[in-house]
Design a protein around this ligand. Structure first.
Ligand code: HEC
Ligand code: HEC
Length: 291
């Protein structure tokens, strides 16, 4: 893809919107999505591929919180297809780009005067032969009516993307810390995790084998099935939950002890949970070492 033109510098840019939005709310086509972003999924429609991309961090956020973070960008690329017989069978594969659709999550109601911002998103359309030229004029006319079937899921056809569900395999590396913290290059920060554990968890949880307190011991919790420590009297909710405590589940439970497994005891005694994503990631890294 050719690089896109730089932003119109005539209007000041009020806040950092990933370098993708001009001062009047012009939403650009991201340049690097094919190289660096995650493939969210594809829908094959009338001989075209509709391929959708999202940044790994924004994907991790959705998987942990079941909603799109402010400023999340989705790019849908429509490619025509070729077909033929391959050694695998009757095959279809993508060819040239016809269109790019771009959406950016907008929780703040930015650019109220721009007819391409509204209903919680910015909306844009680029033709395959002109990646510099946004061509939609009014999202209510050009986009919205077709997205009404997905209104309940924030206007996005989320059920078409299995990668959004927490149960899907984590897409980056096997030190599955990466997508949750969004920082795969750092070594696990267990020192910080240990001290966070001491201040936030230890009042109720031991990190030693066999020691149950107000809560069950968290020794060996990583990849353990929920509600399975012998001798600890779990709530019915926790017993029924059937969750395996890997990164995504731990992240959700710590972000919302009340919401992730409704009715479990930790939701009553520690409802606020751990607000910061980086604290949760550090805690999870520490929990992994308890074995
Ligand atoms: C003809 C109906 C139609 C129109 C017009 C339309 N969309 Fe969509 N759009 C869909 C459908 C259906 C999907 C999901 C399945 C697919 O790709 O076909 C989708 C998917 C998307 C996706 C991928 C995320 C998702 O919701 O699945 C983006 C991004 C997107 N559309 C943006 C836009 C923007 C921006 C506009 C206006 C410029 C627009 N669409 C106009 C029907 C439409
Ligand atoms: C005020 C007490 C309290 C605090 C603080 C607390 N928890 Fe808990 N936690 C519990 C209780 C009680 C349970 C058992 C829930 C049930 O049976 O419904 C539990 C359950 C859990 C479980 C599920 C364990 C299993 O065997 O299925 C995990 C994981 C967990 N807590 C992690 C943490 C972490 C990490 C922290 C610190 C950030 C923390 N908790 C802080 C009380 C607490």
């Amino acid at each position: 893809m050719r690089p896109v033109k730089s932003l119109d510098k005539t209007a000041p840019i009020a806040e950092n919107l990933g370098g993708l939005v001009g001062g009047k709310g012009e939403l650009l086509l991201p340049r690097d999505f094919a190289l660096r972003w995650s493939h969210l999924g594809s829908v094959f429609v009338n001989d075209e591929f509709h391929n959708t991309y999202i940044k790994p961090d924004d994907l991790a956020y959705y998987r942990a919180n079941s909603k799109f973070k402010d400023k999340t960008v989705l790019v849908k690329e429509i490619r025509s297809s070729n077909s033929g017989r391959l050694t695998t069978g009757d095959a279809h594969w993508g060819s040239g780009v016809k269109i790019w659709f771009v959406m950016m999550k907008d929780e703040k109601g930015r650019f109220k005067d721009n007819p391409l911002w509204g209903n919680g998103w910015a909306w844009a359309l680029y033709k395959g032969d002109a990646p510099d030229k946004q061509v939609a004029t009014d999202y209510k006319k050009d986009c919205l009516s077709c997205h009404v079937p997905a209104q309940k899921t924030d206007w996005v056809y989320i059920d078409k993307y299995p990668a959004l569900t927490a149960e899907a395999p984590v897409p980056v590396g096997n030190s599955s810390k990466a997508p949750v913290s969004g920082n795969s290059s750092e070594a696990p920060d267990t020192g910080r995790g240990k001290s966070l554990f001491a201040t936030s968890c230890q009042g109720c949880h031991s990190d030693q084998k066999g020691e149950n307190g107000v809560g069950p011991t968290l020794f060996g919790v990583y990849e353990r099935k929920s509600g399975s420590v012998a001798g600890y009297d779990y709530s019915d909710a926790m017993k029924a939950a059937s969750v395996v405590w890997e990164d995504v589940a731990l992240n959700k439970h710590l972000a919302s002890p009340k919401g992730f497994i409704p009715g479990n005891y930790m939701g009553d005694s520690f409802p606020s949970g751990v607000a910061s994503q980086s604290d949760r990631s550090a805690l999870i890294d520490y929990l992994k070492t308890l074995k």
